[in-house]
Design a protein around this ligand. Structure first.
Ligand SMILES: NC(=O)c1ccc[n+]([C@@H]2O[C@H](COP(=O)([O-])OP(=O)(O)OC[C@H]3O[C@@H](n4cnc5c(N)ncnc54)[C@H](OP(=O)(O)O)[C@@H]3O)[C@@H](O)[C@H]2O)c1
Length: 328
């Protein structure tokens, strides 16, 4: 059954997630929707030195926005920043060195950012990873989960008060269509049981991002939340984490700009802000977060258990308080 379901998902992907899928979908795009200036608005993009994140940061800089690039590698980040400033002519581009897999560091960064800056209009949770070997971070959290779920959770939760104070606040999370074959699992968040399949752990994390977005939207009506699938784009993550897939898809993969298009639209356009908060997007349209006839829906209890576990983990990290940080 799961082989049959995955095959249907893949065929659907070949149709919609590829370059051709983008070209077909983009015929319906309203080009004027991105004819905006965002001078004076502030955007944080995680993983902004490469691929979809870099293309997003570049597009925002070209529209005049202030960009906070959150990257783990200082040299790669600086190199990307220089390129973005040069090509966009916008000098309001800043680098913050943070490894999103280091839960406590993410929290410390978010707290410090909140103290230093008086507003943040848009947070773009883009950084993501697919590790095929099970490893844990300093807090004992499995690294895919730490980066894709816990990093996103703790950064967003900590910045919500700042976003709430800002005009037209938005949070966009870059998920993946791969999450469609996953139901939220709440009994093994650290993937400690059974065979460790990095691809499925990644897809589970991407489902968790969709659930998180729906919950945040309900809890924070002032902020516009969205989560999206970029399609299959030719990036380092794909060529290194899924080399066979990368080789098989070749020229059919989207460019990074095509992959970033919906992120940019969700971040910049007025049309995006008019959509219902909490939805899953593909090519500038809200799409179902479940396949037809799928059993991937979760009960209210399962979602509550998941949210409680995340909050408990976050509090455990925060409770080991650092006197120098001076946070409660
Ligand atoms: N490309 C696709 O077809 C596709 C499809 C579905 C979803 N996505 C999602 O798109 C997002 C962007 O990926 P991409 O395809 O653009 O790949 P990419 O070019 O490899 O970019 C990934 C970015 O995330 C950063 N990153 C990874 N782990 C990090 C960490 N622990 N701390 C801080 N930054 C970290 C990377 O930094 P380094 O340069 O230092 O490694 C890089 O900047 C990811 O969330 C991915 O899951 C991509």
């Amino acid at each position: 059954m799961s082989v049959y379901r995955n095959a249907i998902w893949f065929l659907n992907g070949v149709h919609h997630y590829t370059r051709k899928g983008y070209e077909a979908a983009s015929k319906d795009f309203e080009l004027r929707e991105l004819d905006v200036s965002v001078v004076g608005r502030s955007f944080m993009v995680t993983g902004a030195n490469s691929g979809i994140g870099r293309a997003t940061a570049m597009a925002i800089a070209k529209k005049g926005g202030t960009v906070h690039m959150v990257c783990r590698n200082k040299d790669k980040a600086e190199e990307a920043r220089v390129d973005i400033v040069k090509e966009s002519g916008n000098t309001e581009v800043y680098v913050h060195v943070v490894d999103m897999s280091e839960t406590r560091k993410v929290w410390e960064f978010a707290e410090a950012f909140k103290r230093e800056y008086i507003f943040l209009n848009v947070l773009i949770n883009n950084a993501g990873c697919m590790e095929h070997k099970r490893e844990v971070n300093a807090e004992g959290l499995e690294k895919n989960f730490a980066t894709n779920t816990m990093g996103v959770y703790i950064l967003t939760q900590t910045l919500i008060p700042l976003l709430q104070k800002s005009r037209d606040p938005r949070v966009i999370t870059v998920s993946s269509g791969g999450m469609l074959v996953q139901k939220l699992r709440v009994d093994d968040l650290q993937s400690e049981r059974g065979y460790f399949d990095g691809l499925m752990v990644y897809a589970q994390n991407k489902r968790q991002q969709v659930v998180l977005t729906q919950q945040w939207a309900k809890a924070n009506p002032v902020i516009h939340f969205s989560v999206m699938h970029p399609g299959w784009a030719d990036t380092l993550a794909v060529s290194t984490s899924m080399p066979q897939f990368h080789q098989m898809m070749g020229e059919r993969l989207r460019s990074v700009e095509q992959g970033a298009d919906t992120v940019v639209w969700l971040a910049l356009s007025r049309a995006a802000a008019r959509t219902l908060s909490g939805q899953f997007f593909q090519d500038r349209k809200p799409v179902p977060a479940h396949l037809p006839l799928a059993w991937t829906h979760s009960s209210t209890e399962e979602i509550q258990t998941f949210m409680t576990q995340l909050e408990t983990l976050a509090r455990a990290v925060q409770s080991r308080s650092d006197p120098e940080l001076n946070v409660p």
